[in-house]
Write a protein that binds this ligand. Sequence first.
Ligand code: PLP
Length: 438
Amino acid sequence: MEPADPSRQSALLSADARLLWHPYSSMTDPAPVRLVDSADGVRLHFADGSSAIDAMSSWWCMIHGYRNPVLDAALRDQVDRMSHVMFGGLTHAPAINLAERLVSITPDALQHVFFCDSGSVSIEVAVKLALQYQAARGRRSRTRLLTVRGGYHGDTFTPMSVCDPVTGMHSMFAGALREQVFAPRPPAGFDRAPDDPELLAWMGATEDLAARHTDEVAAIVVEPILQGAGGMYPYSPACLAFLRDVADRHGFLLILDEIATGFGRTGTLFAAEHAGVVPDVMCLGKALTGGYLSLAAVLCTSEVAYAVSSGPGRALMHGPTFMANPLACAVALASLNLLLAQDWASTVAGISAGLSRGLAPARDLPGVKDVRVLGAVGVVQLEAPADVPALTAAALRRGVWLRPFLDLVYTMPPYICTDAEIATIGEAVVGAVEEVVA
Ligand SMILES: *Cc1c(COP(=O)(O)O)cnc(C)c1O
């Protein structure tokens, strides 16, 4: 590809540094950013003429790759009809068809869908559902949330309040954040025997906490099976099943945040399937649109929906401007159809095997604490916080885009990666860690 004019590139980058906030960024000491010119398939093409495999799927969204012809066509068709209409008093086929598809692929009990703009907002909506549900049941004192440590649910205030109190932003916003009820983190590891002592101790502590706060708690909110931005941390399906049981016994709703785990990422279509658990409310986002546009969905049971609709206000009190945006719904439906028309489970299992093979050599490197793979998620955990700029540069020299965080160098590759591309990602992760950390 033709590299862009270098003076034009540096003009853009200096304007970026002057004008733009990036995620968690400083305006006085901005971290380096790289100029992307275009992307296709699994590759990002940088303005300097170089390219790299996107091992992050653009923060876990771009499962079918960039410029996917099917998704591009769906978007173009929808542009030719309408890009947006308000959802108050109006409706459209893209929203209806997507809702039908989502209801058909999620557990039978989930029957109603609210579309909003982003994952964080979907958590806000899920919490409103829970508070309005409890109020409709005459339990107005139940306004707090119970969660486990180590979670991540987004950056607006309600999601922030249930993020991990240490790695989240609780101390920074202390006083402004609702104080929620935190159970210990479930013991690490997907595979644990049912009588594992750590598992039983965790269950005991969680039950005690739930019992102490029964009258205050409206809902349990957790990421099922794999905590994402809180640490790429898998836990046993038995813990999720236990949380379902706690919720039932104490009259809490169970809200499952499948924003990161949905659409096959952990090896099942939704992560809660590992535990056979059905939530009362489920949040979907990220890969929902194949990474094309911001869209999230909140699904709930009829019990919840009918209670909310008969309670104070007699309606779910939320309604964003871009609710059920037709472009986002159309591309989401195309993405879902594309995923479900293929043997995605074998694809994810193949990526899983490739990542297990590719990352295994990292186990022997100094400075590495753990190597783990679940579904199409591969993680190398370091003994110290990751040097993000150095690791990013080292991976790019090996043709791969990574974005480490905390003490984690990890990948969530697009599902369209070939075996060779998965091997390249593995080599880049191991090579970067060897070069920078060891
Ligand atoms: C990314 C994420 C969110 C927040 O979604 P946004 O679209 O960034 O607001 C919430 N929960 C989980 C588990 C996530 O991974």
